[in-house]
Design a protein around this ligand. Structure first.
Ligand SMILES: NC(=O)c1ccc[n+]([C@@H]2O[C@H](COP(=O)([O-])OP(=O)(O)OC[C@H]3O[C@@H](n4cnc5c(N)ncnc54)[C@H](OP(=O)(O)O)[C@@H]3O)[C@@H](O)[C@H]2O)c1
Length: 360
């Protein structure tokens, strides 16, 4: 491909999209050109767009035209050209890419197994997103797990953080955890982590009627409840809520039912991004946003460099292998496939037990 193809979305209207082709620039000293191979598209990427202004996700891959943006995705790329003495053409990298065919990078810190994109506009952004794995140099790198890794690693690393956070806080004194949007991969990973604890609390999965059977089939939740039946839950049990839905109606009803028994709510995601207004019953003082990169940075300080990655990697790999029993990853290629995957996920049409791995 001669040009760089980019899939752009209108920042304030995520279903308005366009493809833009840019000339490949001449590489400056120390720069490399990475050819993006494949990347995952899940609700997580839609959330990057929904909270793009608030959290700064549009800043990773900026576009000259202010109203438009490029959604970040997790996946693999191969180095197509290099003006960097320590990075060779043909190297494979795992990390955070634009929905585009290529990315020009400026590797800063380069170690045997990682490199950091030190492009000036990325320096102020959370370091977790700027760090790339040099997978060709990884001991035990298994290309057969590329699809599992691009879809599940960022989500299950968050699941591991959530479990670690709850455990570190003694489950906030609760004997029950309710997970909202229980069919999402981040929720399922959290359920894997909680269920592998020595003394897990009771785990309730809250989901939509259409996903109920899929969630029940996982056999991970002690109870599966659909959104319409929230009021049938026992309100007298001390409870922590891990919420991926961001659904103001759902959270308000849960908080009203539980009252003082709502010990803590972790607002992790916004899969129901069109229902985000929190009503009067939402208990703000015991609710807080969860930002996995922030937790990772805290653990890097607590545990020393590399330890979090080691533990999260081991958790991710085990859980990803288990997930092969229920998850179908659909691979597709070309600009139309990229657009189709985006629209399918944005409209909530991708089945809960499926995910996309696409590329230009
Ligand atoms: N805070 C953090 O650091 C962090 C890190 C990672 C992920 N997250 C967040 O966790 C959430 C889950 O991400 P994921 O990639 O794991 O999701 P996913 O697997 O793609 O989630 C799919 C599920 O989300 C719900 N959903 C998705 N689109 C919908 C729509 N348009 N309308 C209604 N429901 C819809 C449905 O679940 P139900 O029917 O069960 O509701 C669906 O089965 C995202 O919001 C993501 O950003 C946050």
């Amino acid at each position: 491909m001669a040009a760089i193809a980019e899939f752009q979305v209108r920042k304030d209207k995520l279903d308005e999209t366009r493809r833009v082709d840019n000339e490949k620039p001449a590489l400056g000293d120390g720069q490399i050109l990475a050819k993006v191979d494949r990347f995952a598209v899940t609700a997580n990427n839609v959330t990057y767009g929904v909270v793009g202004e608030r959290i700064g996700y549009w800043k990773f891959f900026p576009v000259a035209d202010e109203g438009w943006g490029v959604i970040p995705v997790w996946g693999f790329a191969d180095v197509e050209a290099s003006n960097h003495p320590d990075v060779a053409v043909g190297e494979r990298l795992y990390g955070y890419w634009p929905m585009a065919s290529h990315l020009v990078m400026r590797p800063g810190k380069v170690s045997k197994t990682r490199l950091v994109d030190d492009a000036p506009h990325r320096r102020e952004l959370p370091p977790v997103y700027n760090s790339y794995a040099r997978v060709s140099a990884e001991a035990g790198y298994d290309g057969d797990m590329d699809n599992d890794r691009m879809v599940l690693m960022p989500l299950y690393a968050t699941s591991f953080c959530l479990y670690d956070f709850l455990k570190d806080n003694d489950w906030f004194g609760a004997g029950r955890v309710i997970i909202g949007s229980a069919s999402s991969k981040t929720a399922i990973g959290t359920a894997y982590a909680i269920k592998s604890d020595d003394a897990p609390p009771t785990l309730v999965g809250l989901t939509s009627a259409r996903n109920r059977n899929a969630v029940e089939r996982l056999g991970l939740y002690d109870e599966v409840v659909v959104y319409d039946d929230i009021e049938k839950l026992d309100g007298n049990v001390a409870t922590v809520i891990i919420d991926m839905s961001g659904d103001g109606g759902v959270l308000g009803r849960l908080h009203k039912l539980l009252g003082d028994n709502m010990k803590y709510t972790s607002n992790v995601g916004v899969t129901h991004f069109e229902a985000n207004d929190m009503g009067p019953d939402f208990i703000r003082e015991r609710s807080a946003m969860f930002f996995a990169p922030g937790h990772m940075q805290k653990r890097a300080k607590d545990w020393g460099p590399g330890e979090f990655e080691k533990r999260a990697h081991s958790f991710w790999r085990d859980a990803a292998l288990k997930s092969r029993s229920w998850l179908t990853i659909q691979e597709a290629r070309g600009p139309d496939a990229v657009e189709h995957a985006w629209r399918d996920v944005l409209a909530g049409k991708t089945p809960a037990d499926a995910a996309w791995a696409v590329g230009f």
